[in-house]
Design a protein around this ligand. Structure first.
Ligand code: PMP
Length: 406
């Protein structure tokens, strides 16, 4: 991978922030977009825009083909069996809400149980709380240890004959832990329990094969994999999606409508009510093609190198503690320096052109586990460099001197 060539694909990386070269370390929140994606969006808006699936004219067919081709790109990317198992949504959050509501409507009843982990993003907690409240079901939690690793040995004991689904992330956004999802799926399936994997933080780092994993549902957001905002994916096994009722009603998702009775469209359209976000779906397709052109293996190894380099370097700073020290980790470093509030650290780093995220990262239970209010989070992408990590290191040292942390 030619890092200098790769960086040229991302126009924003040439920006100056407060007069300093941008060091963008907020990739777990959202990734920057390569020209290949921006150009694809522009091309479609300039030349081909038209509402899809309804028209007979050239432009409508062109946009429809673009949207359906993007579906096939996603299908191949995650190795799904059928393209109609790929549902386009607005993002991981909407995908989880879709499953919680539709699967929940059909399969979760009073006294049933749903299991999530203590490591989840709020978007993989709250939708399940809402359905559990509505159905009088029980939400159970798989805890993690002080390194930020799920206590997988407790999972079997948590599952009962009332457990319907386990919803867990592949990679934690606040700690970077890579969870043993294959093992989780095996344990769950041995007891006939369904599994939803939140892959919002993993599709951009790891190869995913939904058939090999035998996962029931998998969700992710386009904007975290170098694609546009406002587009996301729900993968679901055909036999499950076919049993689930529609969640949203409107155009496109119907077969026939009368005031007496409405019948529903087939997959994937049953779950795609209204005008879909087809241009961003096409942009997501371009993003996946771009990532594949770099190569998942190259991405993973470069990011891992950055993680090791940064971890070693940052730990030499007096008073700095890293939260999340799992053996299996992706390129996320959550840290605090004793005596310095994370907001102060984040704001002062920003003055040096360094973009990091501060706060709870939408994982309040993770912060509660460690007894803290938040962290500073630096998250790396394949377009980041060791030189940029040096800039971060020097920046933190400078902030420490300002606060006179010895
Ligand atoms: N799950 C995880 C692990 C995440 O990191 C995020 C985004 N931070 C989400 C779900 C939600 O993604 P979105 O806001 O794009 O729907």
């Amino acid at each position: 991978m030619d890092i200098h060539k790769v960086r040229k694909d991302f126009p924003i990386l040439e920006e100056l922030i407060h007069g300093k070269p941008l060091v963008y370390f907020d990739n777990a929140a959202t990734t920057q977009k390569p020209r290949q994606v921006i150009d694809k969006l522009t091309e479609y808006y300039y030349k081909y825009n038209s509402n899809i699936h309804r028209g007979v004219h050239y432009l409508s067919n062109k946009s429809t083909d673009g949207n359906e081709n993007a579906r096939i790109i996603v299908q191949n990317f995650i190795h799904a069996k059928h393209s109609h198992e790929i549902i386009f949504t607005s993002g991981a959050t909407e995908s989880i809400n879709l499953v919680a509501n539709s699967f929940g409507e059909k399969f979760i009843f009073e006294g049933d149980e749903v299991i999530v982990s203590e490591l989840e993003h709020h978007s993989n907690i709250v939708p399940w709380q809402l359905i559990c409240e509505r159905k009088n079901a029980v939400l159970k939690v798989l805890p993690f240890n002080d390194r930020g690793e799920l206590m997988i040995e407790k999972l079997d004991g948590l599952i009962t004959e009332r457990t319907k689904i386990i919803a867990v992330n592949h990679i934690s956004n606040s700690l970077g832990t890579i969870n043993p999802i294959r093992k989780i799926i095996e344990i769950a399936h041995a007891k006939n329990v369904r599994v939803l994997i939140d892959a919002a933080q993993s599709v951009q780092h790891k190869t995913i094969d939904v058939q090999d994993l035998d996962v029931d549902f998998l969700v992710f957001s386009g904007h975290k994999i170098y694609g546009p905002t406002g587009i996301g994916v729900l993968y679901g096994k055909e036999e499950l999606l076919n049993q689930m009722p529609p969640w949203k009603g409107g155009g496109e998702m119907i077969a026939e409508v009368s005031f007496e009775k409405t019948t529903y469209n087939e997959l994937p359209f049953k779950f795609e009510a209204g005008t879909p976000n087809y241009i961003d779906a096409i942009g997501l397709g371009a993003a996946i093609e771009y990532v594949e052109s770099i190569g998942m293996v190259n991405i993973d190894s470069h990011e891992h190198e950055l993680l090791e380099y940064a971890t070693e370097k940052l730990l030499t700073i007096n008073g700095l503690r890293i939260y999340g020290t799992a053996k299996e980790k992706t390129s996320v470093i959550s840290f605090l320096v004793k005596g310095i509030h994370f907001y102060d650290m984040g704001m002062l780093l920003d003055q040096m052109g360094i973009a990091v995220r501060t706060g709870t990262h939408c994982t309040e239970p993770v912060m509660q586990h460690f007894g803290i209010d938040g962290t500073v989070r630096a998250s790396f992408s394949f377009y980041n460099t060791k030189e940029e990590i040096d800039v971060l290191y020097n920046g933190i040292v400078k902030v420490c001197k300002m606060f006179a942390v010895k």
